[in-house]
Design a binder for this molecule. Structure first.
Ligand SMILES: Cc1ncc(COP(=O)(O)O)c(C=O)c1O
Length: 338
């Protein structure tokens, strides 16, 4: 399938080719950032052995195995009102991803300390922390270079922002034409996000907000960088099993918090189970869940309304529970020593 026209595939390049000095390279990296400003506040690199705050210097060698073979992992946590939310859950998943990817990490306490100190260096009280582990540079081979030094990187940024309309009016999604990742790769948060990227681009090209992966058995998987869940017609909160999709830290926490809504009015029961597409389409509510989006209502899927086609009460109630937990969930917040 061709997803874009020929002209769009041509990249403009400068006609004069120069061999650059180190100073010219830094100048050019700064010019790149001036042409396209970014909201990156601080970056730690184990390769640099320190933190930089100039986005032009937030760089990684081209021969790093994460760059040219996709052999790297990442995870993301939120900074909310000057505290880091649920970092331990994100570190658990990062460590699992490293194991699945045969990557070496710094000790857990060291990673936590570097993350907290990089956050403090950013001075930011709201934002996003994304951190990566790579196999390191040293060759262009398929397996890591002999003696490659593994890399650990932390970026403090403004994070992803979504339009208010996603919460007020809800999102419109489509079943993606791209195949879901096989379970081992879906449960591992590796940097190889090609299916996820293509899924969201495909949806946007059709004027929609996002896509949904369906597994080979016809059960609902997840969205591009978010999980999906449903409220069935009888009021059961249903979430797909985590054996073939990413274990969303937000979903896992919400499944605990949602017990507060259990009762005759809102949620009748909570289930983590296979959800066949036909059953999912008949849901009263469909939810998009993740660290960046929090909880947003999906009101249309493949051109058909979900429930009455309007954002529902459970999406709102779960978003409120999560917001409250992010502000005051004492055992899940780390103070940042700014
Ligand atoms: C593929 C995928 N699924 C689900 C999620 C949601 O996970 P979390 O709630 O930890 O952000 C993410 C985001 O990290 C993701 O990339």
């Amino acid at each position: 399938m061709v997803h874009c026209g020929v002209e769009e595939t041509i990249m403009p390049v400068p006609s004069a080719l120069q061999t650059l000095t180190a100073n010219e390279v830094v100048e050019k990296l700064r010019a790149l950032r001036a042409r396209q400003p970014v909201k990156y506040w601080a970056f730690y690199s184990s390769q640099l052995g320190g933190i930089v705050t100039d986005p032009a210097l937030m760089i990684i060698p081209f021969d790093d195995h994460m760059v040219h073979r996709g052999h790297g992992i990442f995870d993301t946590a939120a900074i909310e009102a000057g505290k880091i939310y649920d970092l331990e859950a994100h570190l658990d998943r990062f460590i699992r991803s490293a194991r699945n990817s045969k990557l070496r990490l710094p000790a857990r306490d060291e990673m936590r300390d570097i993350i907290v100190r990089t956050t403090a260096a950013s001075g930011r009280r709201e934002g996003s922390i994304r951190y990566w582990a790579s196999a390191g540079p040293g060759s262009l081979g398929l397996t890591p270079a002999a003696g490659a030094e593994p890399g650990f990187f932390v970026m403090i940024s403004a994070g992803l922002a979504y339009p208010d309309s996603w919460y007020a009016q809800g999102l419109r999604v489509m079943t993606t034409t791209y195949p879901i990742k096989p379970p081992l790769y879906a449960v591992t948060k590796s940097v190889t996000y090609l299916p996820n990227v293509l899924m969201q681009m495909e949806a946007q090209e059709r004027g929609l907000d996002n896509g949904v992966f369906i597994d080979e058995a016809g059960n609902v998987g997840e969205s591009s960088n978010m999980n999906v869940a449903f409220v069935s017609a009888d009021g059961t909160l249903k979430h797909p099993k985590f054996d073939h999709i990413l274990s969303g830290c937000t979903s896992l926490r919400l499944l605990e918090l949602a017990t507060a809504l259990q009762g005759p009015r809102l949620i009748k029961a909570i289930e983590v189970c296979d959800i066949p597409v036909a059953e999912a389409r008949a849901a009263r509510e469909m939810l998009l869940i993740g660290s960046s989006v929090k909880v947003a209502p999906i009101v249309e899927w493949d051109g058909k309304p979900i429930g009455d086609g309007k954002p529902g009460p459970i999406a709102r109630a779960l978003r409120e529970l999560l917001t409250e937990d992010m502000r005051s969930g004492r055992d899940r917040l780390i103070e940042v020593p700014y």
